[in-house]
Design a protein around this ligand. Structure first.
Ligand SMILES: *[C@@H]1O[C@H](CO)[C@@H](O)[C@H](O)[C@H]1NC(C)=O
Length: 733
């Protein structure tokens, strides 16, 4: 009897369990004109971008916890095709690339996920997220009505969706993913491509929808997003945005919390008062989902930075800094904003606002429901003057360019311009760890021709040869100027001119560095012109052309060319000018040190390192350095201070920290001239300073002792001054 009773109780419990389970499984995420609906309920959703490969798995839990504490409901990430499929059909989802682990880490903390599959993602990421091999698929043309491209795009999108389904990660399966994105900012491109663009975007939408994820798809910056795909806004401000159909909700997929940096450019800063006002206005006007791009920007490790010229740091002036530390007042002020918005959630999702004019630049938006909910947003869009307004028979003072939030239509719980949070002043401090046992190795360039990658008459495009296996490509040729240099016209040295499509170029004549030139992100081309130190007889010209990240956006960026374009001219010889462009050139991909894997503990033993050369003056170009260090005390995030160096790459225990380029200082930039108008704020810092001085060293890459640091320096620097620093939060209570 007793047993039977238990069994039937168990049976009832099981049945309820199955029923609940069945209900959950069949819940779809949907939308209407007001909002995204989860479990049939309209929601105001606050989201932030955290890109899994831009931090380490050891950092993820803490970043997501901080996002949750900051009032976020959703974590947004792109999916990065080129790291997952380095060669066709070979997949990598390990370590930082473990997408499933990242999504499960978000789920564990009870947050949702917006999965922006793309697979074109832009993202200041190498080649916009496309694998470089994709460019060499016969007949391919990116992001248009092109069969090879569409087949590849469908293949990867399907692969990711199936992977998510297998792990039950869509909300429709009880998982955290509530939204997915197909394509990315296609609108401007689509207009240029005309009918082909339209056919492509229609195809992309139905391809995605047919994958049957049970959650809505969005397209950002694509006003022609076909139903049922929702078009969404990206920008500094999105309160003027409306979706393309009245039955779609108003979503903001990228609220720019700051901006990225490029080598040679300034640091960009967006004041939190302006960001908070932008978000509050978006909500005031009926927006129901916004996502900070970025909430944590992180680091472009290895050669993942796009651009060209995007820095290794992708800090973005985000609420959580590159190192995972909270940045105040941005983080705290936004947290308070989120709390205020959430207090208004019921009123916001259940009613349309009544708008009252309070003054020439002052308005009240009131959301009130039949069951007595009332929330009010009082705005002052005058960027210069404060205003005193009368609302519901009470006086309210509104600072310039600000919004007050009144969750009960009476008391102000938050004003976007009144920042109560203290500035944190995160900073770098020394560590107790010394870099020891320095040794150097000269990259040998005397025998580049011995084992060439290829030879050709004329100048070849760089990426076609390197396939991006290295940043570096040597172009080598010889020129015989006859018996005596005294024959040079007028006793003047001849001039060498080299025209490059980008991105950086070092010119070596007879083994000596004659000079370097660099492009910029906006103008990638660069031209070297300088005196040529030629000897009588045969001279060797070796041009080291360097890619600094492949372009991540622009019309058909897959066709953009990199490397020496020509002409390569010698002027002022007594025999006149010589065009070297069409003579025989020898090509060598990569550095010798790369081929010998000098970055790793096993590879370093393959060459003779030299002790004591560190302090030689002048410092030589093309030099490898190595040193060892013990892990510093404490648990603060770590970085290398590379200020004394020039340009190159750095590795720790075989892992690439990324490209460094401290010799490229920020040129023209003004101080913060933020004007509070509907323009991107121009707050630029760090003029005359290296754009990026510090390079993140993840603690999880270190062992207690004998950590191997390897540096490749292109132009010359003082390695003895490199130091390991720790990042601390300077917040004082
Ligand atoms: C790449 O190089 C090959 C071999 O030299 C050549 O046939 C081809 O046209 C090149 N492709 C591009 C896109 O430059």
């Amino acid at each position: 009897m007793e047993t039977n009773n238990s069994v039937s109780k168990l049976f009832i419990l099981l049945s309820i369990g199955l029923l609940v389970n069945a209900l959950l499984v069949h819940t779809l995420v949907s939308y209407d004109k007001k909002a995204i609906l989860i479990n049939g309920k309209r929601r105001i959703l606050i989201s932030g971008s955290i890109h899994y490969p831009r931090s380490t798995p050891q950092m993820w839990e803490d970043l997501i916890q901080k996002a949750k504490d900051g009032g976020l409901d959703v974590i947004d990430t792109y999916v990065f095709w080129n790291i997952h499929e380095p060669s066709p059909g070979n997949y990598n989802f390990e370590g930082r690339y473990d997408l499933v682990r990242f999504i499960k880490a978000v789920q564990k903390q009870g947050l949702y996920v917006h999965l922006r599959i793309g697979p074109y993602i832009c993202a200041e990421w190498n080649f916009g997220g496309f694998p470089v091999w994709l460019k060499y698929v016969p007949g391919i043309s990116f992001r248009t009505d092109n069969e090879p491209f569409k087949a590849a795009m469908r293949g990867f999108t399907q692969k990711i969706v199936e992977m998510m389904k297998r792990e039950n990660l869509f909300e429709s399966q009880g998982g955290p993913i509530i939204l997915s994105q197909i394509e990315n900012e296609y609108g401007p491109e689509g207009k240029v491509f005309g009918a082909a663009g339209e056919a492509y975007i229609n195809w992309a939408a139905s391809m995605a929808v047919e994958l049957d994820t049970g959650v809505p798809w969005v397209m950002c910056k694509e006003e022609d997003a076909p139903d049922p795909v929702i078009n969404t806004c990206n920008g500094f401000y999105c309160d003027g945005f409306a979706p393309n159909k009245p039955y779609k909700p108003t979503l903001w997929t990228e609220a720019w919390s700051g901006w990225f940096t490029e080598f040679g450019g300034p640091l960009n800063h967006r004041p939190v008062e302006d960001l908070a006002f932008a978000v509050a206005r978006f909500i005031q006007k009926g927006g129901s989902f916004f996502n900070y791009y970025m909430y944590h920007g992180g680091t472009n490790f290895g050669r993942t930075a796009g651009g060209p010229f995007i820095t290794t740091s992708y800090d973005y002036d985000a609420p959580i800094d590159e190192y995972g530390l909270i940045r105040e007042p941005k983080y705290g002020h936004l947290t308070e904003l989120h709390r205020a918005i959430k207090q208004c959630e019921q009123a916001l999702v259940s009613s349309d606002p009544t708008i009252t004019i309070l003054g020439s630049s002052q308005q009240a938006y009131v959301f009130s429901t039949e069951n007595g909910n009332c929330a009010a947003f009082l705005s002052n869009s005058d960027s210069k003057s404060a205003a005193r307004v009368m609302f519901n028979n009470l006086h309210y003072d509104l600072p310039p360019w600000s919004m007050s939030i009144l969750p009960d239509c009476r008391s102000v719980v938050f004003n976007t311009a009144i920042v109560g949070t203290q500035t944190s002043g995160n900073q770098m401090l020394p560590t107790n760890s010394e870099l020891l046992s320095w040794e150097t190795y000269d990259e040998d360039i005397s025998s580049l021709e011995d084992n060439p990658t290829t030879t050709a008459v004329g100048l070849l495009e760089q990426i076609n040869i390197t396939r991006d296996s290295s940043d570096y490509l040597w172009y080598i040729t010889s020129v015989d100027i006859g018996p005596s240099p005294s024959l040079l016209r007028g006793g003047q040295k001849p001039t060498l001119t080299v025209q490059s499509r980008g991105h950086a170029l070092h010119v070596f004549i007879n083994g000596q560095l004659s000079g370097s030139v660099y492009g910029t992100r906006e103008a990638m081309r660069c031209r070297f012109t300088g005196p040529a130190n030629l000897n009588a007889g045969m001279n060797r010209i070796a041009l080291l052309s360097i890619a600094v990240g492949l372009p991540n956006n622009g019309i058909h960026f897959e066709t953009w060319e990199t490397g020496i374009l020509g002409p390569v001219l010698l002027r002022g010889l007594d025999t006149g000018n010589r065009d070297l462009s069409w003579q025989k050139w020898t090509y060598k991909v990569g550095l010798k040190g790369e081929a010998m894997n000098l970055v790793s503990a096993t590879g370093i033993s393959s060459v003779e390192w030299v002790k004591g050369a560190l302090f030689a003056q002048p410092q030589k170009p093309l030099t490898w350095y190595k040193a060892y260090f013990d892990v510093p005390n404490g648990d603060e995030p770590l970085a290398l201070d590379m200020r004394s160096m020039g340009k190159g790459q750095v590795w720790i225990n075989g892992e690439s920290i990324g490209r460094y380029w401290t010799a490229y200082a920020a040129g023209s930039c003004g101080l913060c001239s933020y004007s509070g108008t509907y323009r991107p704020p121009k707050c630029q810092l760090g003029c005359g300073e290296p754009t990026q001085r510090w390079y993140h060293v993840p603690r999880s890459w270190l062992k207690p002792t004998q950590n191997l640091l390897v540096i490749f320096e292109e132009v010359g620097g003082d390695a003895s001054k490199i130091s390991l620093v720790r990042r601390i939060t300077g917040k004082t209570i």
